[in-house]
Design a protein around this ligand. Structure first.
Ligand SMILES: *Cc1c(COP(=O)(O)O)cnc(C)c1O
Length: 419
């Protein structure tokens, strides 16, 4: 495939290794997800380096649980956060021996029992009922274990209005099914400290209150969670060893060059850690770790005009990459012009400057990116959608309309040969 210079709506252009691999794929091998594992490792290393030593970093597997991604993150994370029995079994197999924290509302007794059998060290308990079920199961299954399983009580804590404003998905500070109500804190702590639950030990507090927060907002949330947890410990005269402040670090799809400010966040966490010696602080981001390492690449099938607007229909769509449909944004993308046109029929092309990119689904919701600057875009040209490394393939409705599944490619910088 020969390509000329490409235009990008933003700085989400594919890395050289991704470009090289994409160039080896023919149209029938598209769409495809391409992940740059070197770029992922470099980003994770930078995140880790920005955090103080006393802050542990877990990866929230639900953002992207591909085994290659989990493994590439291995050297930079202290563990993995899993939110279902399925994720638990999958992650335990993909990165054996690593620390796991089990979260999520509605854990079934079978899932809890499986986690106990696997030796999971940390349970993020979401309700008093769940605590009682876990305690009963732990009383039966801990005999062969090395350590008594630890509990972090997840609380739905009030959020300051200021920190909520920027958040796209608030999980806390308002009525939600997540975590315990703060009013239940005393009872939950009592159950774990008065001998009612001998098979469990209270490790600390967990809160994942919002997503899409930038660094100053995240820091304000972290401070309020840690302060609240410290008060709880004082009130009950129990030592709390750990506070998990959740994930939700922002990814700006409209401005991919703007990254979450890990440096200032890390500096703020260092101050917080200094103010609470003896407390282990932990975060568990998903999106902000893996979003930037993935691309969903495809080719233009058709270009048409409708009521004054130009559309390019690409091979694939939101059944593979649901992110723009769920978040209501335009997925950043790079157009890669292709000069070859091997077909005997004519090649449709855009007449204007801007084109809306849609997929193959029979629904007006199958919008990938609107008004993309792509003058002269033609059928056969390629488009690489960036920031597709998190909440993309694995949140999509793959079977709707029964189109074929995309290919998956994991590349490293050594796959790129400079020209
Ligand atoms: C989803 C989730 C995360 C990760 O959130 P991101 O927005 O991807 O960083 C962390 N913790 C819990 C409990 C979650 O549900």
């Amino acid at each position: 495939m020969t390509t000329s210079t490409s235009t990008s709506t933003s700085t989400s252009a594919p890395t050289p290794a991704v470009r090289d691999r994409l160039a080896t794929l023919d149209g029938t091998e598209l769409p495809a997800y391409l992940y740059d594992l070197t770029a992922l490792a470099e980003h994770a290393a930078a995140v880790r380096a920005a955090l103080p030593e006393r802050v542990e970093l877990y990866y929230a597997a639900k953002a992207n649980p591909e085994p290659e991604i989990l493994a590439a993150l291995g050297p930079y994370v202290d563990g993995y956060e899993v939110s279902s029995g399925g994720e638990l079994a999958h992650v335990a197999k993909a990165v054996p021996g690593r620390a796991l924290a089990f979260s999520g509302p509605g854990k079934t007794p079978a899932e809890l029992a499986a986690a106990l059998e696997l030796g999971v060290e940390r349970f993020h308990v979401e309700s008093l009922h769940e605590l009682r079920v876990l305690a009963a199961l732990a009383a039966r299954t801990t005999s062969g274990r090395e350590a008594v399983p630890g509990v972090l009580l997840r609380f739905n804590l009030p959020l300051a209005a200021a920190s909520l404003e920027g958040s796209s998905l608030a999980m806390g500070g308002r009525p939600t099914p997540f975590g315990l109500d703060p009013a239940e804190a005393d009872e939950a702590v009592r159950l774990l400290t008065d001998g009612t639950c001998p098979g469990l030990r209270l490790l600390g507090v967990h809160a994942h209150l919002a997503s899409g927060l930038d660094a100053p907002e995240q820091l304000a949330v972290a401070e309020s969670v840690v302060t609240w947890a410290a008060d709880l410990a004082v009130r009950h005269r129990v030592p709390l060893a750990e506070v998990n402040m959740g994930g939700g670090m922002s990814v700006d799809y409209a401005a991919p060059a703007t990254r979450f400010d890990w440096t200032s966040y890390g500096a703020g966490l260092a101050r917080l850690a200094d103010a609470h010696p003896g407390l282990t602080l932990r975060i568990e981001p998903g999106r902000a770790l893996t979003a930037y390492c993935g691309w969903y690449a495809t080719e233009v099938l058709d270009v048409k005009r409708s009521h004054g607007e130009e559309f390019a229909v690409v091979r694939g769509g939101t059944h593979h990459m649901r992110t723009p449909a769920t978040k209501g944004h335009d997925q950043p993308c790079t157009v890669i012009p292709v000069s070859e046109w091997p077909h005997p029929w004519s090649r449709p092309a855009a007449a204007g400057q801007r084109v809306t990119l849609t997929g193959q689904l029979c629904t007006p919701k199958d919008l990938l990116s609107r008004n993309v600057p792509a003058p002269g875009l033609r059928a056969g040209d390629r488009v690489a959608f960036g920031l597709a490394g998190a909440y993309a393939w694995n949140i999509s409705h793959h079977d709707f309309l029964m189109h074929p599944r995309p290919g998956f490619h994991f590349v490293t910088s050594s796959d790129h040969t400079p020209d």
